[in-house]
Design a protein around this ligand. Sequence first.
Ligand SMILES: *Cc1c(COP(=O)(O)O)cnc(C)c1O
Length: 369
Amino acid sequence: MIPLSRPTIGKEEISSVVEVLKSGILSLGPKLEEFEKDFSRLIGVKYAIAVNSGTSGLHLALKSLGIKEGDEVITTPFSFVASANCALFENAKPVFVDVEEDTFNIDPDLIKEKIADKTKFILPVHVFGQTCDMDPILKTAKKNNLKVVEDACESIMATYKGKKSGTMGEVGVFAFYPNKQMTTAEGGMIVTNNEKAGILCKSYRNQGRSDNKQWLTHPRIGYNYRMDEINAAIGIEQIKKLPGFIKKRRALAKLYIEQLNDIDGITLPKIKEGNEHSWFVFPIIVNERARNELISKLNSIGVQSKAYFDPCIHLQPFYREKYGYNEGDFPVAEKLSKTIVILPFYEQMKEEHIHIVVNSLKTALRRLK
Ligand SMILES: *Cc1c(COP(=O)(O)O)cnc(C)c1O
């Protein structure tokens, strides 16, 4: 069986976790501080605030920038559901904009049409590890006085014209779920150069406390979105390995691209000029009618694969019910959600695994014809 994804955990993570368990300090200790310091250095930002998930990070990013009930947040329907839910948490409204067919990312040209009086945020998602076309997005945001929160949960270490994903908007958010490029088991990180937002995120994640050690004084309502010492210890070790992970992922993607290049019925992902991809997953596009059968054929011969993201966010049951969305509302995103397959992709993959996946794919496609 070749799995879709698999975290790379070594003896360093294991001994570091054991050290934490023996130390007696399991939360709000030195590992959290060290992880945040290392992360802010890695990304090149003033403030890095670790939280218990990427979803919590997105929620606090919007909250720290003053999101209010009724505000509109422009985002993409082709993403993981948390990208839009974070607006709903604050009774704000996600407003969807269709995506570019070649990068799967929000289409900057279509954003302008959706800007209204209530629009306060643009929340671009760098899908699958490739950054959005940020220059026009930032320009539109500036012109209309909107704040940009980057969902960089799938794009750690990706760059856009030399700039790191997560650092181009007002606030950026990363996620460390086990299938991401680096993991803390569960976890996330908020990054910003905005002091006020940084301080607020730190307070909100810890029950609205301030930094003055007054444990039972809560200047504002907050949450328990803390990352514990065990997760932070894993994160510290993963950061050290991250450049190697990304290098390996780029090499594996290159192998897939070389070997799938001339196969009829497969469209390969495109990398836009100026972008350095960090490959959260490896997606291919196949014929809509064959897609689901292809996935079950691959799974039956021991090669895991998956439809991604199907359904789109606007077609999730509670979005349909709340806003009345239907098929056809965002045709490009919907088409992608019906034709994309993601293939096995993780650092320990060897060239022979890629061969097995490619050959299985060829066999499955042949049988479908
Ligand atoms: C993984 C991910 C998140 C956050 O996920 P968590 O499971 O909450 O850490 C948010 N947005 C996108 C696009 C993601 O892929």
